[in-house]
Design a protein around this ligand. Sequence first.
Ligand SMILES: Nc1ncnc2c1ncn2[C@@H]1O[C@H](COP(=O)(O)OP(=O)(O)OP(=O)(O)O)[C@@H](O)[C@H]1O
Ligand SMILES: NC(=O)c1ccc[n+]([C@@H]2O[C@H](COP(=O)(O)O)[C@@H](O)[C@H]2O)c1
Ligand SMILES: [Zn+2]
Length: 290
Amino acid sequence: MAMEDPDRKTEVVLLACGSFNPITNMHLRLFELAKDYFHETGKYKVIKGIISPVGDAYKKKGLISANHRVTMAKLATKNSDWVEVDDWESCQSEWLETLKVLRYHHQKLLSADVTNSLQDAVPITKLGRKRKQEQNRHEPIKKKNQSPVVKSVPQVKLLCGSDMLESFGVPNLWKLEDITEIVEKHGLVCISRAGNNVQKFIYESDILWRHKNNIHLVEEWITNDISSTKIRRALRRGQSIRYLVPDVVRTYIEKNRLYSAESEDRNAGLVLAPLQKHASEPRSSQALNN
Ligand SMILES: Nc1ncnc2c1ncn2[C@@H]1O[C@H](COP(=O)(O)OP(=O)(O)OP(=O)(O)O)[C@@H](O)[C@H]1O
Ligand SMILES: NC(=O)c1ccc[n+]([C@@H]2O[C@H](COP(=O)(O)O)[C@@H](O)[C@H]2O)c1
Ligand SMILES: [Zn+2]
């Protein structure tokens, strides 16, 4: 029987982009579902999950300040040993395309990798023995030069729900070249609900079909229809949201009185940043399904 070589597995980092207004138990479940899926293939090892709340410049109706949304996401993940929150995206003054967030996190892993290998390699091969010894007197003992282990940088895959994948088809919302680069260079994990027609959506798009090996569809069997919209609605009506969001998040919302009729009116009448940005660009008229 062939032993499985754990080093052979492709390392994957899962990146979820969204409003997280507020974060719910379902958002946390997305990560667990995706991780189980990848591990069951036997080919991947999920090493990290990143939640990246969108910045305030996204201008979505009812979006409360990123500061609160990031804090709630951090509270929700404080017991997770593999999912973390990154506020780089939310700290940008302008709205950023999701592709740029993917690129940023991939780049960050690349530079961490270079730093690690620089630390591993002892750069004294060309120094004389004497200088080496002198140098070492003042420096902590360095690791022995290890044989170069060729370890690839983890892939950063976009983790989303089927509604986000289907939003690729909304005119002017996504640039075709962004969609292409996401599925070509990074990959996508989509958590679909039974009955949702993501497969047909992929079938009807040449680009998505071409890269379908890099689009992982995960069926959610223990269905769960929690959404942030429903949480905000319940809060406006004074109804309980217990067991729908982590308790720490519920307490934080109550303490800061976060969601109300007024907060739901934020950004009302404004155009969503991606629509504003892409509507004026010539390429954006290209449809996904041709
Ligand atoms: N019940 C769900 N099943 C599958 N995916 C989900 C579910 N809820 C949220 N997601 C996914 O989580 C990501 C973040 O979504 P988002 O912050 O918009 O949450 P949401 O609950 O959909 O909020 P809203 O109701 O305000 O749109 C998206 O990729 C979205 O598709
Ligand atoms: N062109 C793009 O890159 C593009 C377009 C629309 C939404 N998005 C992102 O998708 C997510 C959608 O979140 P919501 O479902 O909460 O609106 C956000 O992170 C947003 O930045 C990206
Ligand atoms: Zn949504």
